[in-house]
Design a binder for this molecule. Structure first.
Ligand code: NAD
Length: 340
C-alpha cells in the first residue's frame, strides 16, 4: 500500500480523544497514512481568531483528503460554522451518511442498513438571514432565505444514483417538502426525478414528504435503502437515523466534492463528556473506514468494520453511551484485538 497524505483536523471537546484512538486503530489495521495534524474550531479561534487556520486549508488543498474530529460552533451568535465553511471552501457537495445496525436497536427486529445522502451546499443552510428591527426591538423579525439551484440538484442526484449503482443499492427515496416549500424543495424533487429517468431501468426511485419519512423511519426503517434529500432535512433525518441504530456514537459521514473528500463523525464535540476518557470513538472509526473505501483499500475497511461489529456484540466492551462500561482506551484495545 502506498503512503497516502491526509490532513488531520483535531477539533474541540472529545476531538483529540477520539482522534488519538482512531490513529491507533488505523495503525493496527495496517493503513499507511502520512498525517498532517492541525487544530481547528474553537481552540484555533481562541488562538488565532480563525476557527479554520489558513495553513490547514492550504494543506487540505494539497492532500485533497482529510479526517476531521468535531468542531465547536457558538450557538446564536459568534463565528459562522467552520463545518459549513469547509464544505463551501472545498465544494463538498455530497454528504454521505451510512447507518448500520451494529447493535440491537430499541424497536427490536429491524435491521437497518441505509445510506442518507444530503445535498451539502444549498437550501436554508446558505446562511442568508437577518433581523428586522421594529420600534425599539432590534430582533422583532428574523428572516432567512433558502437557495436551491437546478445545477446543484442535478449534481447531487447524479452522485446519488451513481453511488447506488457502484455500491449495489437498488432503491432511492427522494425526500422533500414540495407540498409546502413548492419552489425550494419542489425544484429539488423535480430535478432529481428528472435525472432519475436516466437510471430508471437499474434503480427503483420513489419520493416521499419529509414528515412522513420521519415517522416511517421509526415504524419501518428497513424499507429504506438510500435517502436523497436537501441540506437541512438531511441534517435532521440523519440524527434521527443515528438514534435508531444506537446513537450518534455510531454515525459516520463523508463530505465529498469533485477533488476533495473530508471524513468525519456526525456527532459534535460532546462537551458534557470531554476529557473524561469515555467518549465513543466508533463514529470516527467508521468514518476512517469510509476513507479507506475512498482510496480503494476495501479489505482494510471491511476488517475494521468487522472488528467493530464483533466488539459491539459484547455489551461489557461498549462505551457508556451504548450501555457498556468500557473507557475509550479499553474499547480501542478490544477493537484492535478483534482485527483479523
Ligand atoms: P453533540 O453531538 O456534541 O452531543 C449530543 C449528545 O450526544 C451529548 O450528550 C454527547 O455527550 C453525546 N455524544 C456525542 N458524541 C458522542 C460520542 N462520540 N460518544 C459518546 N457520547 C457522545 O451535540 P451538541 O451537544 O448539540 O453540540 C456540541 C457542539 O458540537 C456544538 O458546538 C455544535 O455546533 C458542535 N457540532 C459539531 C459537529 C461537527 O463538527 N461535525 C456536528 C454537530 C455538532
Amino acid at each position: 500500500m502506498k503512503i497516502t497524505p491526509v490532513t488531520l483536523i483535531e477539533g474541540d471537546g472529545i476531538g483529540a480523544e477520539i482522534l488519538d484512538s482512531t490513529l491507533e486503530i488505523l495503525d493496527a489495521v495496517g493503513a499507511k497514512f502520512k498525517w498532517h495534524r492541525f487544530k481547528a474550531g474553537m481552540s484555533a479561534f481562541k488562538k488565532n481568531g480563525d476557527p479554520l487556520p489558513k495553513d490547514m486549508l492550504a494543506n487540505i488543498h494539497e492532500t485533497k483528503l482529510a479526517l476531521k474530529a468535531p468542531l465547536e460552533t457558538p450557538i446564536g451568535e459568534g463565528f459562522r460554522s467552520a463545518n459549513v465553511r469547509l464544505r463551501e471552501e472545498f465544494k463538498l457537495y455530497a454528504n454521505v451518511r451510512p447507518a448500520t445496525s451494529f447493535i440491537h436497536h430499541r424497536r427490536g427486529t429491524d435491521k437497518i442498513d441505509l445510506v442518507l445522502i444530503r445535498e451539502n451546499t444549498e437550501g436554508l443552510y446558505v446562511g442568508v438571514e437577518h433581523f428586522i428591527a421594529i420600534d425599539d426591538d432590534p430582533k422583532a423579525v428574523a428572516e432567512a432565505s433558502g437557495i436551491i439551484t437546478r445545477s446543484a440538484c442535478r449534481r447531487i442526484a447524479k452522485f446519488t444514483f451513481d453511488y447506488a449503482i457502484k455500491t449495489g443499492r437498488k432503491k432511492i427515496t427522494i425526500v422533500h417538502k414540495a407540498n409546502i416549500l413548492k419552489a425550494l424543495t419542489g425544484l429539488f424533487l423535480e430535478t432529481a426525478m428528472d435525472v432519475g429517468k436516466e437510471y430508471g431501468k437499474e434503480l427503483e426511485i420513489e419520493e416521499r414528504i419529509v414528515d412522513n419519512t420521519a415517522m416511517q423511519l421509526v415504524i419501518n426503517p428497513s424499507q429504506f435503502n438510500i435517502i436523497l434529500t436537501t441540506n437541512m432535512f438531511g441534517d435532521i433525518l440523519s440524527d434521527e437515523i443515528a438514534g435508531l441504530i444506537g446513537g450518534l456514537g455510531l454515525a459516520p459521514g463523508g463530505n465529498i466534492g469533485k477533488d476533495v473528500a473530508i471524513f468525519e463523525a456526525v456527532h459534535g464535540t460532546a462537551p458534557d463528556i470531554a476529557g473524561k476518557g469515555i467518549a465513543n470513538p466508533t463514529a470516527l472509526y467508521l468514518a476512517s473506514a469510509m476513507m479507506l473505501d475512498h482510496i480503494n483499500e476495501k479489505n482494510m475497511a471491511d476488517n475494521l468494520r468487522n472488528a467493530i461489529k464483533k466488539t459491539l456484540k459484547n455489551k461489557d466492551d461498549r462505551t457508556s453511551d451504548l450501555g457498556g462500561t468500557a473507557s475509550t482506551k479499553e474499547y480501542t484495545l478490544s477493537v484492535i484485538d478483534n482485527l483479523d
